[in-house]
Design a protein around this ligand. Sequence first.
Ligand code: THU
Length: 128
Amino acid sequence: MTYEELMQKAIEVSKNAYAPYSKFAVGACLITESGKIYKGCNFENSSFGMTICAERNAIGSAIAEGERKIKAIAIYSPNQDNCVPCGACRQVLHEFCESDDKLDVIVKIGNELKVYTLAHLLPESFSL
Ligand code: THU
């Protein structure tokens, strides 16, 4: 699975986003170290704080299947280029990777992909 293909799946799943309040749709598609693929979109609630981000939705599906190590995650919003994960999702990604510098976060800027490491996005990350 190439990063282009991973992004294509993130684009597809962003169409299922439930975002009637923010109107900000997001899709995420991750690949685990074992090569499995999981997708997620954001889903909001009239009680705004209950909103779940696309990234954590995808991560939850992976965890439920017994996966624990994420290799890369592609994130897409039709509303914004360079749709990087929020701070909360960065911390959750940190929980489920081999190391921050081995987890790639892929975003779209125009027609180009940009790849960050989680280490770049979440310096001095917290662990117990
Ligand atoms: N959102 C995500 O799904 N992922 C992010 O990393 C940033 C924010 C969603 C949450 C909410 O439904 C909408 O985008 C606006 O914040």
